[in-house]
Design a protein around this ligand. Structure first.
Ligand code: NAD
Ligand code: TYD
Length: 353
């Protein structure tokens, strides 16, 4: 028995690999292109572990993916690989279309070719699990109910549009070809190995470096934050018991305006690693130009996965955020490694002015 994971050197994928292998001896093949967001340092603890096979490659490389499928004969493919950062998608949407749309389509075709050759029993038990986002549903008004699986797709950023397109492809491969697919649409994650281009790790990184903490617009945009390992447990549960063809929303019941998240991070840092001048890290908060087309509010109604599959988060925002801040303080070597080179070019492009 084995699993094929795509994008397992990124933030959520690497957390999934660690969480999964903590409880299973099944072989896990990890296919990742190692873009700027993929980092083998996230998998260092598994360097000697024979249950983990890392393959450097692209989900769109059909020859490679089909060879991997034939060689390892996985019972499931878990698809994390994507371009994932909204701000980058605003600067350069085409990479997002290439990987998230074309790449997912090529992956689906490779998987379909493999799946078609399985025995009827193996075909029935096979799963293609597509990891997606709540951003496909667009932006909520302040009093609107949280996103349900039945909400219309109204993606607003190039990133969200590319993920929406990939969700539609996955759905179509089920409807047309019978591929047993599962889709999860999750809210914003945070936790270990989070690349410091996203809000929480960027704020931690800048705070400790004595740099400004950039808040887009008025800082009152709302996100529904979930600790990454809770997301990974949700994915494992959907893989185990989700119904093929269904989608499952995953979220933390934890809506927070950005400014509150940043202030909480500052308080945690004030406690765990106070500034030498005795001031609060909150002094570094700086309001900057808003993101183009910035979605105002995301919120997930996770009652379907809760009622059908018994999943709910184990961490609260307080416990999860404290663990995250502590992880960043304890892993400054990792931060230094991922913020050299290309990272600086991105920071100049996005925040330079
Ligand atoms: P990430 O950017 O940290 O990691 C993406 C990984 O995919 C990297 O390791 C990268 O090298 C790899 N990759 C990119 N293009 C590839 C390609 N063509 N072939 C093979 N590998 C490739 O992203 P993440 O935050 O870990 O997100 C993982 C998935 O979860 C994505 O599909 C994303 O849309 C989804 N998601 C993310 C969040 C979040 O808060 N981060 C929330 C909900 C859903
Ligand atoms: P981000 O972590 O990029 O996730 P997403 O855009 O997928 O929700 O951003 C989270 C929120 O934080 C979002 O409303 C944008 C905001 N934000 C800032 O205010 N400043 C920043 O420097 C970044 C990166 C994000």
């Amino acid at each position: 028995m084995s699993l094929l994971v795509t994008g397992g050197a990124g933030f959520i994928g690497s957390n999934f690999v660690h969480t999964w292998l903590a409880g299973s001896d099944e072989l896990l093949v990890n296919l990742d292109k190692l873009t700027y967001a993929g980092n083998l340092g996230n998998l260092q603890a598994l360097a000697q572990d024979t249950r983990h096979v890392f393959v450097h490659g692209d989900i769109g490389d059909r020859q490679l993916v089909e060879a991997l499928l034939q060689q390892h004969r996985p019972r499931a493919v878990l698809h994390f690989a994507a371009e994932s950062h909204v701000d980058r998608s605003i600067h350069g949407p085409l990479d997002f279309i290439q990987t998230n749309v074309v790449g997912t389509c090529q992956l689906l075709e490779s998987v379909r070719a493999y799946w078609s050759g399985l025995s009827p029993d193996a075909q029935q038990s096979f799963r293609f699990l597509h990891v997606s986002t709540d951003e496909v549903y667009g932006s909520l008004e302040p009093q609107a109910p949280a996103f349900k699986e039945t909400n219309l797709y109204e993606p607003n950023s190039p990133y969200a549009a590319s993920k929406a397109a990939s969700d539609h492809l996955v759905r179509a491969w089920h409807h047309t070809y019978g591929l047993p697919v599962l889709t999860t649409n999750c809210s914003n994650n945070y936790g270990p190995f989070h690349f410091p281009e996203k809000l929480i790790p960027l704020v931690l990184h800048n705070a400790l470096a004595g740099k400004p903490l950039p808040i887009y617009g008025d800082g009152m945009q709302i996100r529904d934050w979930l600790y990454v390992q809770d997301h990974c447990r949700a994915i494992a549960r959907v893989l185990e018991a989700g119904r093929p063809g269904e989608t499952y929303n995953v979220g933390g019941w934890n809506e927070k305006p950005n400014i509150e998240v940043v202030r909480t991070l500052c308080s945690l840092l004030d406690e765990l690693q106070p500034r030498t001048d005795g001031q609060s890290y909150a002094e570094q908060i700086t309001y900057v130009k808003d993101r183009a087309g910035h979605d105002r509010r995301y919120a997930i109604d996770a009652s379907k996965i809760n009622h059908e599959l018994g999943w709910r988060p184990q961490e609260t925002f307080e416990t999860g955020l404290r663990k995250t801040v502590q992880w960043y303080l304890d892993n400054q070597d990792w931060v230094t490694a991922v913020t050299s080179g290309h990272y600086r070019q991105w920071v100049d492009l996005q925040y330079g002015g």
